[in-house]
Design a protein around this ligand. Structure first.
Ligand SMILES: C[S@@+](CC[C@H](N)C(=O)[O-])C[C@H]1O[C@@H](n2cnc3c(N)ncnc32)[C@H](O)[C@@H]1O
Length: 324
């Protein structure tokens, strides 16, 4: 299997996701999350000849890096030149308007492989990882304003606590928020290293020794979600994606944490539900009919082999639907 060269990102659940979408030559497909381009390349291979892939990414660097690497890949170079592969530097929340602008009414399939690529996480200057020294940035799209530094230094400790609890499921959210509040009185918190150290000291020692993950993991995840409004944008994407699918068209979503997966599962269930009248009504009055069919009663998970080959895949879950 050929992945994209020049990227450290290994595509997750690649065959499973592309098989679920059941795309064939001539199809019009959206890859909402280009990243290193592994899924995009495989989708393109399956829709050619005659089809096209429109790939989105909110991170300009991801688009530019991919464009550069595509020059040494015959299929991608040709597809970029003849328009069967289009790259869009846009947030997937605006997929509806973006397709409108391109004059594309509806599509055969869409894929979203959520979160961040290894290229982004390993780029210290983006500030996504507590394992890399860098500024507390965490913006996916560097043209937006809110950064992790701004949240940590200007939001009230109560708001920081809420972010850590709601987006990170962090049990020590209050302690950490208080420690952040105290540390910033001394001097502004501007680097990933400084924040990591504050969290390490805030964590009760008795718990730290028993933890399987680093104490900063959940706080960094929560800040990243808040900076990029990930849940709001995912919600907007799911609504627009379902709207834009042709009848019989398919959507597949790969998530990496329970908050994201829960949201995808709930939205799919709502859209798959028909009548919502109370059971005592003899006849339906709401007139609701299902808009989609769920293809994955349980999410598809990576095989043990995939997890061994690519440990980053271990938390991945794939869900899919078909538009009715
Ligand atoms: C896990 S990576 C995708 C990897 C890709 N499927 C591959 O095979 O290399 C997720 C990508 O989605 C992008 N992304 C995350 N949230 C986004 C959003 N709201 N809109 C557009 N792109 C987004 C990130 O910048 C990142 O490049």
């Amino acid at each position: 299997m050929k992945y994209m060269e020049g990227t450290r990102h290994i595509p997750v659940l690649l065959q499973e996701a592309v098989d679920l979408l059941r795309v064939s030559p001539g199809a019009t497909v959206v890859d909402a999350t280009l990243g290193g381009g592994g899924h995009t390349r495989e989708l393109l291979r399956r829709v050619l000849p005659g089809g096209r892939v429109i790939a989105f990414d909110a991170d300009r660097d991801a688009i530019e890096r991919f464009r550069e690497r595509a020059q040494s890949d015959t299929m991608l170079k040709q597809a970029l030149a003849d328009g069967s592969l289009m790259l869009e530097h846009k947030n997937y929340a605006s997929v509806g308007e973006a397709l409108e602008q391109l004059g594309i009414g509806s599509v055969d399939a869409m894929l979203a492989d959520l979160g961040f690529s290894s290229d982004q996480i390993e780029a210290g200057e983006r500030g996504f990882s507590f394992l890399q020294s860098g500024p507390l940035d965490m913006r996916l799209d560097q043209e937006t304003e809110l950064t992790a530094e701004k949240i940590v230094n200007t939001f009230s400790p109560e708001d920081i606590e809420r972010i850590l609890r709601e987006y990170g499921d962090e049990r020590e959210s209050r302690r950490i928020a208080r420690a952040i509040g105290a540390a910033r009185e001394e001097q502004p918190i501007t680097t990933t290293d400084a924040l990591r150290t504050i969290i390490e000291h805030a964590y009760p020692k008795s718990k730290r020794y028993r933890m399987k993950i680093h104490p900063a993991t959940k706080t960094f995840q929560a800040l990243r979600i808040a900076v990029n409004q990930e849940f709001e944008r995912l919600d907007a994407f799911l609504a627009a994606a379902i709207e834009r699918l042709k009848q019989g068209g398919r959507l597949a979503v790969i998530t990496f944490h329970s908050g994201e997966d829960g949201l995808v599962k709930r939205r799919f269930k709502e859209q798959a539900r028909g009548c919502v009248c109370p059971p005592e009504f003899p006849l339906c009055r709401c007139g609701r009919t299902p808009r989609i069919r769920i293809l994955t009663k349980k999410p598809l998970l990576p095989s043990e082999q995939e997890i061994r080959d690519n440990p980053r895949s271990r938390s991945a879950k794939l869900r899919g639907i078909e538009k009715l």
